[in-house]
Design a protein around this ligand. Sequence first.
Ligand SMILES: [Zn+2]
Length: 97
Amino acid sequence: MCSNCFSSEYEKFENQKEFDKLSHDIKDKLNNNTLKELCYFSGTNDKPLIKILGIGFGVKEKGEEHYYLYECKYCNTKWKLSLPENAYRGFFLKVIE
Ligand SMILES: [Zn+2]
């Protein structure tokens, strides 16, 4: 992580406002070339471990996973974003390699 990165992670978004703020930050960082979008992952835990660009992601809970993967251009920290939908609150977490 570096000063260009995000300052906090979200285990879940408490409300729409919190998500909107983060979503805005992400757009800004994409626009000013701090962040790049690597891929969008969508799948189920039928495959317990997937590899994206050499990184393994374990799926902890049963069900589908959908998230966007971003990378900081300065320190190469990767972040994954899952969008909240109805009762599901999403998340925004640093990817531990
Ligand atoms: Zn960074």
